[in-house]
Every structure is written in structure tokens, then in C-alpha cells.
Design a protein around this ligand. Structure first.
Ligand SMILES: Nc1ncnc2c1ncn2[C@@H]1O[C@H](COP(=O)(O)OP(=O)(O)OP(=O)(O)O)[C@@H](O)[C@H]1O
Ligand SMILES: [Mg+2]
Length: 250
């Protein structure tokens, strides 16, 4: 690897020659990409192109069979979702990232539960803190729900997406990956998510936004990367391309 990877000023995430097989399926066929600091990248491509597979390697859901991942220039092995979170990579998955039976507050702190020491030295969940902090986190993303105690399975799709976004923002993530976050959302809710993605750069967050809707990508990203059959086939600044040009390569 070159010296560039050693500098903290370089890309926040770099991947080199990633390969992933799922039994007989060669889902990633040598993907190399850099994700720069504070930029929103749209990741597009047909069904089965490998988008979710790629981000699942960054989110610690799967491990690459070949290739390397660098975060802030350092080679990393991300073997669990919790390790991704510790590296500052938060993911809102294509199929909901929340536990429906749990309350909003519990979901917000999933994997990061604050504990309070008891007189016996056993840590107890700090429920009061989770409730108050959850209310703030939701208000910060302009989501006003009845109560942080509401179970997530009583929320609409858009509200669930809002909780997942609130969680990512509250814990000051460095990279936020959104895998088709606007699926099943109303126009109003979709516009909220797009505005949110647009605001990421200003909050020093790198966004990776996966979508089938090219208009959404062009509305909120600075760069577009297209994948086909497990490979990157197009990578361009939004200002230097057009929806038609991206469609043509897919
Ligand atoms: N867990 C898995 N087990 C087996 N095969 C998988 C698994 N995950 C993905 N694949 C296969 O890998 C390929 C890439 O799938 P992936 O989910 O990455 O596509 P995608 O670009 O996210 O598509 P979509 O736009 O439909 O979400 C597909 O052929 C898919 O069937
Ligand atoms: Mg997918």
C-alpha cells in the first residue's frame, strides 16, 4: 500500500480488491473504492449487483474472502457489527435495523446500553438516562413521537427509519451507510431522508446512500458509484455526469 493510506487526511474508508462468495455466487469481484471525508456517495446498480454485499463487509455483517479494508488509512478486520460501530461506521440496513419488540429507547441504545452501578457492583441498565437521551435524539432529527417507551412495532415505516437515523446521529458516527432508506416511504418522509443525507457533510459525516432511484441520488449526493455484477462500473462526481449517463452503464 502507498503512504497515502497512512495519512489521516486521506479517505475515511478505502477498500481494495474485495471479493465475496456466497457458496456458488461470486457476489463481489474485486471492488476497490475510496470514500472521502464528508462526502455523500450514491451507490446504485441493478438487483443483485453487490451493493448490499459491499456495505455488509463495512458493517461487520460478513467478512471479505479476499481484499482489504482501511479505515483512516489503517487496515482493519471488521468481524462484528459492534466493531463497525466502534470504528464510527453506522448502518441503516435495507431490512430494518431495529428490534421491533423493543422500545424506541432500547433500540436507540442497542449495543451501547448505559449502565449504572448498584450497591452490589452489578451494572443495571440506566433506563432513566436512555429515556431522556432518546427524547433528545429524536427531537434532534425532528421526529416527535409519543413516548420513548413505545415499542418499535407500533411505528410506521417512516418513523422506524427516523429512529434508526436518530440513533446514527446521536452517537456521532463518522460514516453513515443507508441501504435503500426511502423504500416504502411517503413523498414527505422521503424528502426528509434526502434532506438529511444532504446535511451529513456539514456534520462531518460521510454518507453512503444506496438507492434504485437515480433522482434521489442526484438530489442528495456529491458522487455516484455504479455497480454491476459484483464490480464498480462507474464512479463520477454528480456535477460531471447525468442521470442518463449513469443509466447507460447499468
Ligand atoms: N446471504 C447471502 N447468501 C447467499 N447469496 C447471497 C447473500 N447475500 C447476497 N447474495 C447474492 O449475492 C449477489 C449480490 O446480492 P446483493 O444483496 O449484494 O445485491 P444488491 O445490489 O444489494 O441488490 P438489491 O438492489 O436487490 O438490494 C446476489 O446474487 C445475491 O443473490
Ligand atoms: Mg441490496
Amino acid at each position: 500500500m502507498t503512504e497515502d493510506f497512512r495519512r489521516a487526511t486521506g479517505p475515511v474508508i478505502s477498500v481494495r480488491n474485495l471479493h465475496k462468495w456466497f457458496s456458488g455466487v461470486h457476489a463481489l469481484r474485486g471492488v476497490s473504492l475510496d470514500f472521502e471525508r464528508n462526502e455523500a456517495v450514491g451507490l446504485v446498480g441493478d438487483n443483485g449487483a453487490g451493493k448490499t454485499t459491499l456495505i455488509s463487509l463495512l458493517a461487520g455483517v460478513h467478512q471479505p474472502d479476499e481484499g482489504e479494508i482501511f479505515v483512516d488509512g489503517r487496515p482493519v478486520r471488521i468481524t462484528r457489527p459492534r466493531e463497525a460501530m466502534q470504528l464510527g461506521i453506522e448502518t441503516i440496513h435495507q431490512y430494518n435495523s431495529l428490534v421491533p419488540q423493543m422500545s424506541i429507547a432500547r433500540n436507540l441504545f442497542l449495543g451501547r446500553e448505559p449502565t449504572r452501578a448498584s450497591i452490589f457492583g452489578i451494572g443495571f441498565l440506566d433506563i432513566a438516562r436512555m429515556r431522556t437521551e432518546s427524547t433528545t435524539a429524536l427531537a434532534d432529527v425532528d421526529l416527535h413521537l409519543r413516548s420513548p417507551d413505545t415499542p418499535v412495532d407500533e411505528l410506521s415505516g417512516g418513523q422506524r427509519q427516523g429512529v434508526a437515523i436518530a440513533r446514527a446521529m446521536h452517537f456521532k458516527t463518522k460514516v453513515l451507510i443507508l441501504d435503500e432508506p426511502t423504500n416504502h416511504l411517503s413523498v414527505k418522509e422521503t424528502n426528509k431522508v434526502l434532506a438529511f443525507v444532504r446535511s451529513l457533510a456539514g456534520q462531518n459525516v460521510t454518507g453512503i446512500f444506496i438507492s434504485h432511484n437515480m433522482h434521489h441520488v442526484f438530489a442528495c449526493c456529491e458522487r455516484v458509484v455504479a455497480m454491476a455484477h459484483g464490480r464498480v462500473v462507474f464512479d463520477r462526481k454528480i456535477s460531471d455526469t447525468s442521470i442518463e449517463e449513469v443509466h447507460d452503464v447499468l
